[in-house]
Design a protein around this ligand. Structure first.
Ligand code: URA
Length: 178
C-alpha cells in the first residue's frame, strides 16, 4: 500500500462523513510512535491528530513522564477518519484501516509504541482483553515493544486517578529505554 493514497481512501463508510483523513504527524524517524483511537471534531477539521483537549493532556503527560516534546515523536490513530458524533470506531472500521496502520509502522520503523485507549491497544497489540486489564503491560507489534494506556478522554471524564495510572503506564514505557 502506498501512503500517498491514504488521503483519498474509501475503504469504509467513514470516508462519506469525514472532512479530512488524519494521516498523522511527526518526524519520520522518531523512535516513539503514539497511536490513538480516531480523529475527533478538531482533528477532522484541521487534519492533525490530537489537537483537542484530550491531545493536549496526552502531550503534557508524555512531556512530563518521558521528557519528549510533541515534535519528537510521531502521532497517529488506529482509525484515520472521524466516526460520526465521535462514536467508538466499529471493529470493521478498525479492520479496514489496519493495513494503513501496518504500512505506517513498517515505514516509520519505531523503536517503541504507545497505544492510547482500548481501540488502539487492540489494534496495535492484538489484545483480546480490555484496557483495564492490558494497560501498563509490555507488549509487542512484531519485534517492536510498547505499552498501552488509557485514553486521555477517560482521564478528562474520570478524574485524577486515571491520570496517575496513565503516568505509571508511561513510566513502564520509559523503562524500555526511551
Ligand atoms: N482522540 C484520539 O484518539 N485521537 C485524536 O486524534 C484525537 C482525539
Amino acid at each position: 500500500m502506498d501512503l500517498a493514497d491514504l488521503p483519498s481512501c474509501r475503504a469504509c463508510a467513514l470516508s462519506e462523513t469525514r472532512q479530512r483523513v488524519v494521516v498523522g504527524s511527526g518526524p519520520a524517524a522518531s523512535g516513539l510512535l503514539v497511536v490513538g483511537e480516531a480523529p475527533g471534531r478538531h482533528e477532522d477539521e484541521g487534519g492533525e491528530p490530537f489537537v483537542g483537549r484530550s491531545g493536549q493532556l496526552l502531550v503534557r503527560l508524555i512531556s512530563e513522564e518521558l521528557g519528549l516534546v510533541r515534535a519528537q515523536y510521531f502521532i497517529t490513530n488506529a482509525v484515520k477518519c472521524r466516526p460520526p458524533h465521535n462514536r467508538t470506531p466499529r471493529v470493521s472500521e478498525v479492520a479496514s484501516c489496519r493495513p494503513w496502520l501496518e504500512t505506517q509502522i513498517v515505514a516509520l520503523r519505531p523503536r517503541w509504541l504507545l497505544a492510547v485507549g482500548n481501540v488502539a491497544a487492540r489494534a496495535v497489540f492484538g489484545f483480546d482483553d480490555g484496557i483495564s486489564r492490558t494497560h501498563g503491560l509490555v507488549a509487542h507489534w512484531g519485534d517492536v515493544p510498547g505499552v498501552a494506556t488509557y485514553h486521555p478522554a477517560a482521564a478528562l471524564r474520570g478524574g485524577p486517578n486515571v491520570v496517575d495510572v496513565m503516568r505509571a503506564d508511561l513510566r513502564a514505557l520509559r523503562s524500555l529505554g526511551i
